[in-house]
Design a protein around this ligand. Structure first.
Ligand code: COA
Length: 467
């Protein structure tokens, strides 16, 4: 957008000059023409006129936004992949010869990028740049000038050590938004490196997950990494919107601890309620177990006003996922307070029935009576679910070295911005294309850059193979 503005300015200067000279030429003979009123560009309220194109054919939501994607592992890539699905041109910068460390982690197909990487880096382009090489720094500076947003999730201080301080970036491109994921916000832990489970523990999720008589538990949902990536994406989109008014970029920070806490705010709610008496909706209250000073683990309690639990279905003895989540709304116990002291009795009775049905049969019957319930779906069942494929939530893409694989498409559906879900790039696949077409380097300059070692791996590249 930065250079695009310059081009637009230059064009309007040229038009004005042309108009001036043609006015000079025609100064002798004045012909009065009926002035045609120019068509209004805006609808009068600052918004453009309504598009006449059918929904879904007016481009994607973030078309025209270019992202310098300096992310790795999971949290940052989740954010930029989502923005890419929404139409942003996402340029992923990777270390030559190594790339994002996840390319080689948890590999299932020898020699191919791992699913860890491919499922988090779809719809992006990849360029390799050694950010510690003088020429590499120069290329990065050019990228900063050509992009709208820089997204990174390096360890605290790493971006500064590359010379990409906020001051440097802001000077080069005052419109640039610099968005970061860090483990913690400012405070005693701000310099710490953080991974998913650390964030789940520090954000209050682990202490409130699991059973009362067991240890704290981390969840399978990646609320620390993917959850924080989602928070960052929202911050970026909001900053892009504010930039329309202010013209300038800003820093956006999503700390993993903060993101996790935001997702378990109901537990902070309960912490404050504890001062005023027991948490009556927790099954431990019905069982007569006193509360301590902090919010306890609540097992499978529903956490809301309507009590719920996970019940066995037919086949539970052999199938670990033959269960259903059941919320009680029995008429005999018309109000939640009437149900709470008898929860075990209620669920034991219902379970005698659910055990005679498989989870899908139980769901079908219960839905007829408007009883909120949900089958415990295994990842196998989700991978094979036709309705998730039909909505584009689960997408199959083809990859040149690993073949077909499943990925999660855009979970946010937009009626005028169809998701753009493409396979992940190979390492450095678009280096040449970006150097020439985005950064404007000539044939000779690209040759010199290749010779310089700024975009190629050293003779003995570090091994990416891990875990
Ligand atoms: N060229 C040259 N060097 C590069 C490079 C490139 N293209 N890309 C990265 N590097 C360097 C960095 O400059 C850094 O070097 P330095 O420490 O000498 O300054 C080095 O690679 C390591 O980067 P870093 O991000 O610190 O990786 P790490 O393996 O030490 O730590 C995390 C990994 C995830 C723990 C850390 O990045 C982190 O805490 N990130 C923030 C929180 C987060 O997102 N965590 C969740 C990850 S899913």
């Amino acid at each position: 957008m930065a250079t695009r503005n310059k081009v637009a300015k230059a064009k309007s200067k040229a038009t004005a000059a042309r108009a001036k000279s043609s006015a000079k030429k025609s100064s002798k003979k004045v012909v009065k023409l009926k002035v045609k009123k120019p068509a209004a560009k805006t609808a009068g309220n600052g918004l453009p006129r309504l598009s006449s194109k059918p929904f879904g054919q007016a481009g994607r939501a973030l078309e025209g936004v270019r992202i310098l994607d300096f992310t790795h592992v999971q949290s940052g890539p989740t954010c930029t992949q989502l923005l890419a699905y929404m139409g942003a041109d996402c340029i992923k910068v990777e270390r030559p010869g190594v790339g994002d460390i996840t390319r080689g982690q948890l590999r299932d197909v020898k020699g191919a990028d791992s699913l860890y990487f491919t499922m988090l880096n779809g719809s992006k382009r990849s360029i390799t740049i050694d950010s510690k090489h003088a020429k590499g720094r120069e290329i990065l500076d050019r990228l900063v000038q050509q992009c709208d947003v820089l997204v990174e999730n390096f360890a605290p201080g790493a971006l500064d050590r590359m010379g990409l301080t906020w001051e440097h970036i802001h000077k080069l491109n005052p419109r640039m938004i610099v968005a970061s994921v860090k483990g913690f916000g400012p405070g005693p832990y701000e310099d710490c490196k953080v991974y998913e489970n650390v964030a789940q523990c520090a954000g209050g999720s682990a202490s409130t997950t699991g059973f009362r008589d067991g240890p704290p538990l981390v969840t399978g949902s990646q609320i620390g990494d993917s959850g924080t990536g989602l928070h960052l994406a929202l911050g970026i989109v909001a900053a892009l919107y504010q930039r329309i008014r202010t013209g300038r970029g800003q820093r956006v920070l999503a700390a993993m601890q903060d993101g996790v806490l935001n997702l378990c705010r109901v537990k902070l709610r309960d912490q404050q309620r504890l001062k005023h008496g027991p948490l009556t909706e927790y099954s431990q209250h019905g069982e007569g177990v006193p509360f301590g000073a902090a919010v306890p683990r609540a097992g499978n309690d529903s956490g809301g006003g309507q009590p719920g639990w996970i019940l066995k279905c037919k086949g539970w003895e052999t199938d670990p996922d033959a269960y259903i989540y059941f919320i009680t709304q029995a008429p005999v116990y018309a109000t939640p307070p009437a149900r709470l002291p008898r929860l075990r009795q209620i669920f034991d009775t219902v379970e005698k029935w659910t055990e005679t049905k498989n989870k899908f049969e139980a769901m079908e019957i219960l839905n007829k009576y408007d009883i909120p319930c949900g089958p415990i779906l295994s990842m196998k069942e989700i991978a094979e679910d036709e309705s998730l494929r039909a909505t584009g939530t689960v997408v199959e893409v083809d990859h040149p070295t690993r073949g077909k694989y499943l990925t999660v498409g855009n979970p946010i559906k937009m009626s005028d911005s169809p998701a753009d879900v493409r396979r992940s790039p190979l390492i450095g696949e678009h280096t040449d294309e970006i150097l020439r077409k985005v950064l404007g380097y000539s044939e000779k300059e690209v040759g010199d850059i290749k010779q310089s070692g700024a975009i190629t791996a050293p003779d003995k590249p570090a091994k990416a193979e891990a875990a």
